[in-house]
Design a protein around this ligand. Structure first.
Ligand SMILES: *Cc1c(COP(=O)(O)O)cnc(C)c1O
Length: 414
């Protein structure tokens, strides 16, 4: 969006102290002259200017106005303003996917010769992007333990510009200390980005703990119903306007207005969905932990979780809606590491959707080692703790007793 030089684009008239649940429904742009109550979907590639001189001013960033939907569109802006309000950051820039948000982050902040420190437990495609794609262009990444702060510190180099974390992680729900990582980054003159996809701003606001940038896959809980691919970076207005928007203008990893609208409306129910799905996930995690067919459960809300206390502090006392567990492989596990036992449990479900997506109202079940983390080498998978017996369940809004019965079918017949 062009900078606010002349009056600019108006804001919604909201009290300055409006709370999160109010912002989730109300933040955006004022309605058009027609007074629509539900936000308008502006499907237009370009915007018309009253005269040539005005067009020139707008293209030169001297007057704030919508110009071209590769980098400015009212529906997309409504989504950006709403997400920034939820994350408690000054600004936000929407992208075509969560992955392109990370691409925009790195393209905007780094150049060849720069160095990144990243948790080795982050989303599989994030590891591929940093190591593979950006490695090709001379940006080096060191991968470290999610939870060992000393490893993060020891990995710092004079050219380290960015620390990248994700918490809780997919699929093992490992939690890192955001405030401590912010301190390490800032003490070194580097910046901290946190992928907040799993907790969402309904549970956790990393900017309040010192993170500079928040990465989102809007595909997950923000949309909340598994309909569109979307992403975003939230952060200080100076970076969004002066660093990321120019890259967006040249590169065009833009979010379509339609997908922005879907995410915008999804955010209105984010808080109630997260509360309900988290409550169900907590019940499922407790049940799984007591089940004889289960070797281990990964869920931040359980006392057995290694970072339980930190998670409760960072996530408003909530564990989130994703539960992972290792199936007891029995005799078969010796041959395939538990893979066939995990496949058995997955294949016995009749309600859960077998899909790698998450953050949907429909409960999804996935085998990370052969799907989301399938592109990693076996040593990379081992390092990330993604074993063959591991199953991830992203709990939706169905009756949790039905989901338990769905999993019991396979677990009781291993
Ligand atoms: C899904 C996901 C992404 C990537 O988002 P897309 O919208 O699929 O591109 C990034 N980080 C995490 C933690 C995710 O779960």
């Amino acid at each position: 969006m062009a900078k606010d030089k002349q009056g600019g684009i108006p804001r919604v008239d909201l009290p300055a102290d409006a709370r999160l649940d109010t912002l989730a429904v109300r933040e955006g742009l004022p309605p058009s002259p027609w007074g629509e109550n539900s936000e308008a979907l502006y499907l237009t590639s370009s915007f018309v200017h009253p005269d040539a001189a005005t067009a020139a001013r707008r293209f030169a960033n001297e007057e704030e106005a919508f110009v071209y939907s590769r980098f400015s569109n009212p529906t997309v802006m409504m989504m950006e303003r709403r997400l920034a309000a939820l994350e408690g950051t000054e600004a936000c820039i929407a992208t075509s996917s969560g992955m392109s948000a990370i691409m925009l982050l790195v393209m905007g902040l780094l150049k060849a010769g720069d160095h990144v420190v990243c948790s080795r437990s982050v989303f599989g495609s994030t590891i591929k992007l940093l190591q593979g794609e950006f490695g090709k262009f001379g940006v080096q990444t060191t991968f470290v333990s999610q939870t060992d702060l000393a490893e993060w510190k020891n990995a710092l180099q004079p050219n380290t510009k960015l620390l990248f974390a994700e918490t809780p992680t997919n699929p093992l729900t490992e939690v890192c200390d955001v405030a401590a990582l912010a301190e390490i980054a800032h003490g070194h003159g580097a910046l901290l980005a946190v992928d907040n996809c799993f907790a969402s701003p309904a549970l956790q606001q990393p900017a309040k703990m010192g993170a500079d940038f928040i990465i989102h896959s809007g595909t997950k809980y923000l949309d909340g119903q598994g309909r569109v691919i979307a992403g975003a970076i939230c952060g200080p207005a100076k970076f969004i306007d002066e660093v990321f928007t120019p890259v967006m203008r040249s590169v065009g990893m833009s979010l379509s207005p339609f997908n922005a609208w879907v995410v915008l409306k999804g955010m209105e129910t984010l808080s109630v969905r997260m509360k309900a799905q988290t409550a169900s996930a907590a019940r499922l995690a407790e049940w799984l932990e007591a089940h004889p067919g289960v070797e281990r459960v990964y869920y931040p809300g359980l006392k057995s979780h290694p970072q339980h206390e930190l998670a409760m502090r960072q996530q408003g006392g909530q564990g989130g809606a994703v539960v992972s567990f290792i199936v007891k492989g029995g005799a078969r596990a010796a041959e395939d590491g538990g893979r066939s036992a995990a496949f058995h449990v997955i294949d016995q479900t009749r309600i859960c959707s077998i899909t790698a997506n998450l953050g949907d109202t429909k409960t999804t079940i996935t085998h990370p080692a052969s799907t989301s983390h399938g592109r990693l080498t076996e040593p990379q998978r081992q390092a990330a703790g993604i074993t063959q017996g591991l199953i991830r369940v992203a709990v939706g809004l169905e009756d949790i007793e039905d989901i338990k019965a769905d999993l019991a079918r396979g677990l009781n017949s291993l």
